[in-house]
Write a protein that binds this ligand. Structure first.
Ligand code: AMP
Ligand code: GLY
Length: 414
């Protein structure tokens, strides 16, 4: 069986690795893949948004199943294009992916179907937005409406900061044509609940927690994620049942009702607030880096799971009981400017899983080639042991230009 995975990060490495564990031993292609993925799959030089080329490749190589990683591919309409040609593909249509691409779409849907989330209002006018902020309380949450690669959210703690941000988002052209969602500021522990969704049939993956800030103690700028772990002691069985029923199932049903049924992974970015669990955001795809700690726990055949969802059937999933914890190695300077091309040594001594996020091979050596470079993911009977193992393995990797957080998972021990 031939399978194609679209994307090039740690998330796609984890997807490829899960597929490679299938007893069906599929032949895996990755477009474009990366240096780590190349150890398990054949990488083809097609970008994740080159829909026509991806389609041509899939047809020419008898690809029976395609799995989409990045939101950019979804926004480029890859699922629509493959389906139009009768090809099996795991992921939502462009219209269904609006739940991630448009914050306003997501907020309106949640309001209409009574899904718990922060109060909000949407603005295109700078004056009206400022008026609203002045009448409200600080901090206030300002979200640029549109795909902004994680940079579109500003939590303004002063009126000056709010004004400058709204100016950027609504008056300057920096972000393009602007719409801003202004939200009530919520507090509480954040967690990610990803579900396989096939229309109104949903199946939960283990909950995980991302670490978005660059430095220890959640300080520094927001990043694509500096580490993650699963399970989470602060999400009780009751919390989980509530989130599944009142949030994930309700949204799956709502998408069907709205005529944009969802297939693929619906990612709930949730917060356990004093007023109950509320939605911070939805993504229309596997989370990164959560996927890299969640999929190693999948003990079912990943080919069967992805195929079921792509065929609009509920997948049967089983998960190991092990705790899994991962620490990202990032280039110094990330998420700001950083240099590339630094040699990485010692990876062969790592016993944990090692997902590549931004690496390349140069003159036969592994080098840094991105902001987030590698992800060391350890599994163990307890989270403490997993953390210990990940730390030991991180210490084996030698490179002059990498840094990492030392407190990944500590929130579970409070
Ligand atoms: P988002 O891109 O919507 O996930 O936002 C990025 C981060 O901003 C989230 O992970 C939260 O930490 C924070 N955030 C977003 N919305 C809110 C909110 N309403 N209240 C508090 N924090 C928020
Ligand atoms: N971990 C956050 C995301 O995938 O968007």
């Amino acid at each position: 069986m031939n399978v194609l995975v679209i994307g090039s990060g740690g998330r796609e490495h984890a997807i490829v690795e899960a597929l490679s564990r299938s007893p069906k031993a599929p032949k895996i292609y990755a477009a474009p893949g990366n240096a780590g993925i190349a150890q398990l799959a054949e990488c083809v030089a097609i970008k994740d948004t080159e829909v026509e080329k991806l389609l041509e490749f899939a047809k020419a190589n008898n690809v029976e199943l395609t799995v989409v990683g990045p939101e950019a591919s979804l926004a480029a309409g890859v699922v629509d294009a493959f389906r139009a040609e009768g090809l099996k593909i795991f992921g939502p249509t462009k219209a269904a992916a609006e739940i991630e691409a448009s914050k306003d779409f997501a907020k309106r849907l949640m309001k209409k179907y009574d899904v718990p989330t922060a109060d909000y209002a949407t603005f295109t006018s700078f004056d009206e937005a400022m008026d609203y902020v002045r009448k409200g309380t600080l901090p206030t949450v300002l979200k640029y409406d549109g795909l902004a690669a994680g940079k579109g959210v500003v939590i303004a703690t002063t009126m000056e900061e709010a004004e400058a941000t709204l100016r950027d988002m609504l008056l300057d052209t920096k972000f393009g044509e602007g719409r801003v969602v202004i939200e009530e500021f919520l507090t509480g522990e954040e967690f990610s609940l990803m579900c396989f969704v096939a229309g109104n049939k949903i199946s939960a993956m283990p909950v995980a927690q991302d670490h978005k800030r660059a430095y220890d103690n959640d300080e520094g700028p927001n990043t694509g994620g500096m580490g993650a772990y699963t399970e989470l002691p602060f999400v009780s069985a009751e919390d989980h049942a509530y989130a599944m029923e009142k949030i994930m199932q309700r949204v799956a049903d709502a998408m069907v009702e709205e005529g944009v049924p969802f297939t693929g992974v619906l990612y709930g970015g949730l917060m356990k607030t004093p007023q109950g669990i509320k939605v911070i955001e939805f993504n229309a795809r596997f989370g990164d880096p959560e996927t890299e700690v969640v999929l190693p726990r999948l003990t079912s055949d990943a080919v069967d799971v992805f195929t079921a969802v792509a065929e609009n059937r509920a997948p049967e999933t089983e998960w190991s009981e092990e705790a899994t914890l991962g620490i990202v190695l990032a280039s110094k300077g990330y998420p700001g400017d950083y240099a590339k091309g630094f040699v990485i040594r010692g990876t062969e001594r790592v016993e944990s899983k090692l997902y590549h996020m931004g690496t390349a091979m140069k003159d036969g050596e592994l080098v840094t080639n991105g902001g987030r470079v590698m992800f060391v993911v350890a599994s163990a009977p307890t989270l403490r042991e997993a953390q210990q193992k990940a730390r030991e393995d991180i210490a084996k990797i030698e490179c002059d230009n990498l840094f990492h957080r030392t407190d990944i998972g500590n929130k579970a021990f409070k």
